[in-house]
Design a protein around this ligand. Sequence first.
Ligand SMILES: Nc1nc2c(c(=O)[nH]1)N[C@H]1C(S)=C(S)[C@@H](COP(=O)(O)OP(=O)(O)OC[C@H]3O[C@@H](n4cnc5c(N)ncnc54)[C@H](O)[C@@H]3O)O[C@H]1N2
Ligand code: MOO
Length: 413
Amino acid sequence: MNAASRDPWQWRDLVRREIDLPRTVLELPLDDAVGRVVGAEVASPEDLPSTPIAAMDGFAVRRADLAAGSVTLPVSSEIPARPGAIGELARGTAARIMTGAPVPGGADVVVEVEATDADPFGPSPRTVTLSLQEVPAARRHIRGVGEEVSSGEVLARPGDRVGAGLVGLLRALGVETLPVERALAVGIVVTGDELVGTAGRAEVGAVRESNGEMLGAALRADGIEARAVHSTDTHADLTAALEEAAAHSDLVLTTGGIGHGAYDVVKTLLGERGSGGSRFEHLRLRPGGPQGFGHLADGTAVIHLPGTPVGALVGHHLFVRPLLVGERAAPRRVLRGAADPLPRPRRAGVLHALPGRLRHDSHGRECVDLLPGRRLAPYGRADAIVLLGGADGAGSPEAAGTVPEETVLILPL
Ligand SMILES: Nc1nc2c(c(=O)[nH]1)N[C@H]1C(S)=C(S)[C@@H](COP(=O)(O)OP(=O)(O)OC[C@H]3O[C@@H](n4cnc5c(N)ncnc54)[C@H](O)[C@@H]3O)O[C@H]1N2
Ligand code: MOO
């Protein structure tokens, strides 16, 4: 790593500027749309409620028939909350009405049962006495047409997440499908002649392949389709693996083969000694220093992550995820928890990515504790990457001014 190496926040901005992933929108049934991103503005097809509705159990009346004090009216009808046409309220009478039932024509107030002498649970009385301190305002306890949602009103915008609230709202409006972004497909090409599967006992020098499944898990957690292919350290094999991955993907990730080694095929095939479609740099980031990105021969965007599993995981969260989920990949500040249990040497100007575990303190504030352990070991229990140090260069969230000492930036895992 040399002094001229690039700040990781600048690299993050560069990757976001240079890589634009295709977004297409499809119409899905509500059930299948849950958890996805809204792809187009959704407007209400109708008013909610579509007819005036009682907001209280009580009696629908005409204000003109009321006066402050006690008023007794004959009860002319009973309106439970169930479908069916209802007539006009006869003048000088009250209709017993239930919450959610349509208010009869002519009625402009619902008086809650508590303000009457009626037994809420008994049969409909022949007369009812209302005890009012004053004549209620017009529309009191009546939900007017379109009061909740008016026809044409925007209910969701592109970029919103489809959650239970939107599902409930659309159901209430009779909407059955929703425009959502198509799930992106990402192909993962893992390189390394030393890599073997999980079956059997590993020979000396063999390394169990873990990046493919690990990155696949991270991608699927964001609703992205992921498929891993393995390549040996030959140009021919890597070329074939990249073509295969690109054919089915919006974005290709590679892991390994981007260091300074004699067998660093990804770099030699796609870097300046090869096709030149990708650029590689060593960032002021630890782990995850070596990074790359570019476009493959068919134009598919590619991001190159280091082979070291933690470097690949950190690279994914810092540089890949912003392309896939946008602002949801932004780091956030939380309180620092207990001191670093394993103080590690830190280099000035280098952004250190460390495993952390989030919790809430006794005041309910979110804080993060660093986990002890080396390399991937602590990530078994980590739910955050803690970002310490680094420069306050352009693009860094730190550049926005001074931040409280007791807080730290994290990327949730
Ligand atoms: N002379 C230098 N050597 C290295 C430097 C450097 O600056 N100068 N940087 C080091 C850093 S930092 C990293 S990170 C690695 C990056 O190298 P590669 O991206 O080429 O990664 P590999 O050499 O292919 O693998 C590194 C390590 O990770 C294991 N690995 C790789 N792929 C997988 C996988 N899919 N599953 C599990 N484990 C994997 C691999 O066996 C190696 O142990 O370069 C350093 N060297
Ligand atoms: O930057 Mo590398 O990922 O430290 O080992």
